[in-house]
Design a binder for this molecule. Structure first.
Ligand SMILES: Cc1ncc(C[n+]2csc(CCOP(=O)(O)OP(=O)(O)O)c2C)c(N)n1
Length: 317
């Protein structure tokens, strides 16, 4: 158990530190990509991906820094892509919104709301057909529930009894619009219960709790193939797009943030490590190691070359 505590913390801290560095460096204007930050929501990606197998497949949105790093821990490729460099898997053509790493099971992320969900269902269908044992998890925001693609995908997956995890990262807002102003129903979980799938809802930011929920859901759909809808409530700390706070914008209050910040996923796990006997020195040394890894990735990405012209025009039409 103790090892699990640490492994989960390392992943949380890696993501938090990577985004802290993005905040620090973004104003230099060398990262020519819009930033949709995961800050505040990290425990979902970490808990879910830790419970998945390395060969399992995840699909995500433009807000997928946490998902990508939780599944790959590959800060070199992450920062190379963010800095738009030719050494990255997508040669800088993807940027922050289209991260992918199929060799680690990050099959794709997309800027078009809900567009990745039917693709994920297709992958789950293919995995069943070829019997490769891979599971699929589709991550999306509460805004995706506004889209027809979501409902068609859920319906098809439930009809075909596909083993797929629908992971709704419900941070309460689509850009500046709260779900109460967008949904013609009171509870997405109650609606999902009418489908032939399992559901769970949580507002936990405790990565170990999320890992346990994910592990149970995975076992459940492995024993009895069908979709599982995981409603994960969370809070986005920063503005919809960009690296700043936006509590002055008027659509949400700082008090709301402060409520969630009290159970910040990274600090919560750090406190739990202390309670289970890990010393401050031990934790600091883990953090130093991660800081160094992130700094090195940024240093490399900065000096990496851009892709040449012919590479840039490949695979984009
Ligand atoms: C099909 C489509 N419609 C509208 C947009 C514009 N848009 C970009 S992000 C967003 C909000 C999505 O919110 P949510 O799914 O809750 O994700 P979050 O940003 O909160 O992570 C919208 C409407 C889009 N990218 N794609």
């Amino acid at each position: 158990m103790s090892k699990l505590n640490i492994e989960l913390y390392k992943k949380l801290y890696l993501i938090r530190r990577s985004e802290e560095k993005i905040i620090e460096c973004y104003h230099e204007d060398d990262m020519k990509t819009p930033m949709h930050m995961s800050m505040g929501q990290e425990a979902i990606a970490v808990g879910m991906c830790h419970a998945l197998n390395s060969k399992d497949q995840v699909f995500g949105t433009y807000r997928s820094h946490a998902l990508y790093l939780a599944k790959t821990q590959n800060t070199d490729d992450f920062f190379a892509e963010i800095y738009g460099k030719g050494t990255a898997l997508l040669h800088g053509k993807g940027g922050s919104m289209h991260l992918c790493a199929p060799e680690h099971g990050v099959m794709g992320t997309s800027a078009i709301v809900a567009s990745i969900i039917p693709v994920a269902v297709g992958a789950a269908f293919a995995n069943v057909r070829v019997k490769n044992g891979k599971l699929v998890a589709a991550f999306f925001g509460d805004g995706a529930v506004d889209e027809g693609a979501f409902w068609e995908s859920v319906n098809g997956a439930c009809l075909m009894k596909l083993p797929i995890l629908f992971v709704c990262e419900d941070n309460g807002y689509a850009v500046h619009n709260p779900s109460s102003k967008r949904y013609g129903f009171d509870s997405i979980v109650e609606v999902m219960k009418q489908f032939r799938c399992e559901t769970v809802t949580t507002a936990s930011t405790d990565v170990e709790e999320i890992y346990t929920i994910a592990t149970k859901a995975i076992k459940d759909i492995q024993n009895n193939p069908r979709p599982f809808f995981l409603h994960m409530q969370c809070y986005r700390y920063l503005e919809h797009v960009g690296v700043h706070e936006d509590y002055h914008a008027g659509y949400r209050s700082r008090a709301e943030y402060e409520k969630w910040q009290k159970k910040d996923p990274v600090l919560l796990q750090r406190k739990k490590l202390k309670k289970t006997g890990h010393t401050e020195e031990e934790i600091l040394s883990i953090e130093e190691c991660i800081k160094h890894k992130v700094d090195e990735s940024i240093r490399k990405a900065r000096k990496d070359p851009f892709a040449d012209g012919s590479t840039l025009y490949k695979e984009v039409l």
